[in-house]
Design a binder for this molecule. Structure first.
Ligand SMILES: Nc1nc2c(ncn2[C@@H]2O[C@H](COP(=O)(O)OP(=O)(O)OP(=O)(O)O)[C@@H](O)[C@H]2O)c(=O)[nH]1
Ligand SMILES: [Mg+2]
Length: 314
């Protein structure tokens, strides 16, 4: 994993905040594919900072433990905790309806500190624990609840740059897509990457293609339609996990290094998961693509690798 122990604050600062038990640390761990740790999580004590790299850029991620005493101390020391924030991710547990007013009220306090500093980072509200099983079983009024909460926040905060996502650690793609979209906003070359990927997909007749970094963040994608997006979304965590376990298991390592890819076939559809190195000495990226019919264009991949390497590392 590319998460390093943090010493000092460098790079662009992302703040994860919200009430205790909202799911902030779980979201961060999910992106690192540390799912086993989520099961035994305890409340975060104070502010935990980590540095990771996204597209060669350093990002410092601040996980602000949400228990009351900590929340008060952040508000009392806005310079220490809030200043220089580039992006805010405000996590709300949508399953805990009674605490939603408290969550909104704390966001107000935070925004008030932003105004005083003054900073005005975009705020991305995650209506979290929006679990697929509950939606399927209609055991909830999530839709009405999120709409109502969104309206309240828009009215009461009167903050221009506020955006909303529904997320759940039980639908990993919701977290992947949300975080990738948000981080790509920081990155001026994002559109160029997107265009390169789309052209590559067309060239090799792929119906869908994603490029993902080591932290499961999508750096660019192309889908012919929603169905293809779903196929790739649901395949991705399995490939990433499989890839992780190959890396851990001593014996199988050679196999993966030989090919650096996993290929799955179902009827005449193929899904390919392939590791690519854009620059030697840097973390690998992964291509996940689907296409009908026969595969393998080694030369095509090398042109993609060169183009992306140029864009990202130049
Ligand atoms: N159902 C459900 N539970 C979740 C989800 N995400 C996290 N949880 C659970 O919510 C609880 C709290 O998660 P944490 O990530 O520790 O919450 P936190 O916001 O970091 O809490 P503090 O560190 O105290 O601020 C844990 O028991 C998680 O397993 C989700 O998407 N759905
Ligand atoms: Mg936490």
């Amino acid at each position: 994993m590319e998460y390093l122990k943090e010493e000092k604050t460098t790079g662009q600062k992302i703040l994860f905040t919200g009430l205790d038990d909202a799911g902030k640390t779980s979201i961060i761990l999910a992106l690192q594919r540390e799912f086993s740790k989520i099961a035994i999580l305890s409340p975060t004590r104070g502010a935990q900072r980590k540095i990771f790299e996204f597209l060669g850029k350093e990002i410092s991620e601040w996980d602000l433990g949400g228990q009351m005493t900590y929340r008060i101390s952040y508000l009392k020391n806005p310079n220490k905790y809030f200043d220089n924030t580039e992006i805010v991710i405000y996590v709300i547990d949508i399953q805990n309806e009674p605490r939603i007013p408290e969550a909104i009220s704390y966001l107000k306090d935070v925004v008030y500190q932003f105004l005083k500093l003054p900073i005005n980072p975009p705020i991305y509200v995650f209506f979290h624990k929006y679990d697929p099983v509950l939606i399927r079983n209609k055991l909830n009024n999530f839709i009405a609840l999120t709409e109502k909460s969104e309206e309240t926040m828009r009215n009461e905060l009167n903050y221009e740059k506020i955006y909303f996502y529904n997320t759940s650690i039980y639908d990993f793609s919701t977290i992947m897509h949300a975080m990738s979209e948000i981080l790509l906003e920081l990155y001026p070359k994002a559109q160029l990457i997107e265009k390169t990927i789309k052209e590559f997909a067309n060239k090799i007749n792929s119906e869908g293609l994603m490029i993902i970094d080591e932290n499961s963040l999508i750096i660019g994608s192309f889908y012919k339609d929603e169905k293809i997006k779903k196929i790739l979304d649901s395949a991705t965590p399995y490939f990433l996990t499989l890839n992780d376990s190959f890396k851990l298991g001593g014996g199988s390592e050679e196999l993966l290094q030989d090919q650096d890819q996993i290929l799955v076939q179902r009827a005449n559809r193929y899904i390919l998961f392939k590791q690519i190195i854009l620059k030697t000495g840097f973390s690998p990226y992964y291509v996940i693509l689907t296409k009908k019919g026969q595969f393998f264009y080694k030369d095509d991949f090398s042109s993609l690798i060169n183009l992306l390497g140029e864009i990202i590392f130049r």
